[in-house]
Design a protein around this ligand. Structure first.
Ligand code: ATP
Length: 337
């Protein structure tokens, strides 16, 4: 069976000459049908450009894009079996919520257009699906940010796409609403079985929602793996440091503390204990309280380590000497650059 989406050595260069920007650089990627796939990376790493090339809004400079095995590299957006939810939702302010949702059915290039009553019934069905019953008569301006986000989602789903592209759809929402929408979106995706390609630069969002994550850095894919693999066994230093907090140890310090040339140690894998069999000793240089944990910065002289104490532990005072412990299994060796 062919992948839902394949990228084959896809590059995108904006501009020419010395001003040229290599936004996407030789990306190979296969996304399976029904997968929730997240493009994660810092600002400017090429996520949006990849999504726009899959949607047909930007054409690749090199390489091929296949959807369900069909080469769509040069097809316009409307000719692709894809819908997009944009970051700003792009709702029509002068149309009612119901008409916004029904809009794709209205402009569909089918032989026989769906009658108005049927389109409206379908729109109401979608509004119920995204838990917004009874707001069809309102204008988008009369909704909250989270509600507008759901309307955009309903509109993107009404034509039953096999593939939905979502460009930071939760970016504009406050934290509480964002967390609620994360679980709703994930549940909806599971229920509908649609392939989702989702952009975020929020690592928590990526880890909690995705089946797999592709981590971008400077137009290249650094790693494609499950959230757990990305977090526990990052392929590169960049991934180790971009996803979650990490102590990355290199050179003589790494040799002394880990026996490796380079290794990653997550702060929550370090515990405080007695001097006996401690792996390291140092003084507390900083104490940061986060509610569910407390992060210490411990100065070892030749390096500093972050160590997270679980909630309920009494944090040592600044300047206090502490002894650090960790299991061998907490270390993840990093390849040399
Ligand atoms: P963000 O998280 O900030 O949206 P991103 O990872 O989505 O970032 P892109 O928008 O794909 O990044 O941009 C990748 C690079 O390409 C950036 O250096 C950007 O400035 C550049 N770029 C994007 N679109 C264009 C364009 N139309 N013309 C010129 N350069 C562009």
């Amino acid at each position: 069976m062919s992948a839902a989406v394949s990228l084959d050595r896809v590059s995108c260069i904006f501009g020419t000459g010395p001003q040229a920007v290599r936004a996407v650089d030789g990306v190979d990627l296969e996304i399976a049908a029904g997968e929730f796939f997240t493009l994660l990376g810092p600002s400017g790493s090429g996520k949006t450009t990849v999504l726009r090339m899959i949607g047909g809004f930007t054409l690749p400079t090199a390489g091929r894009i296949l959807i369900d095995g069909q080469d769509v590299s040069l097809l316009p957006p409307y000719a692709r079996p894809v819908n997009t939810v944009f970051q700003d939702y792009a709702l029509f302010p002068h149309l009612s919520v119901r008409d916004n949702v029904a809009y794709p059915l209205m402009v569909q290039k089918t032989v026989r257009k769906m009658p108005r009553a049927q389109r409206e019934a379908k729109a109401d069905e979608l509004l119920a699906l995204v838990q917004l019953p009874g707001v069809g008569e309102r204008r988008p301006a009369q909704l909250s940010g989270g509600q507008r986000q759901r309307v955009a989602l309903a509109r993107a789903l009404i034509s039953q796409p096999k593939l939905l592209l979502l460009d930071e759809p939760l970016g504009a929402l406050d934290l509480k609403l964002r967390e609620q929408m994360q679980s709703e979106l994930k549940a909806l995706q599971r229920r509908l079985g649609i392939t989702f390609i989702f952009i975020t630069h929020d690592q928590h969002e990526a880890l909690s929602m995705s089946d797999r994550i592709g981590v971008f850095n400077q137009g290249r894919l650094e790693q494609v793996a499950t959230p757990q693999q990305i977090y526990d066994t990052p392929a590169t230093r960049f991934v180790a440091q971009f996803v979650g907090a990490a102590n990355v140890l290199e050179g003589a310090v790494a040799q002394r503390l880990t026996g490796q040339a380079a290794a990653m140690l997550r702060p929550e894998r370090i515990t405080l204990g007695s001097p006996a069999q401690a792996r390291a000793q140092g003084s507390v240089a900083e104490v940061q309280y986060f509610g569910s944990f407390t992060r210490l910065r411990v100065d070892l002289g030749d390096t500093q380590l972050q160590a997270d104490l679980p909630a309920g532990c009494v944090a040592p005072d600044m300047g206090h000497q502490v002894h650090l412990h960790w299991d061998d299994g907490a270390l993840h060796a990093l390849r040399s650059p």
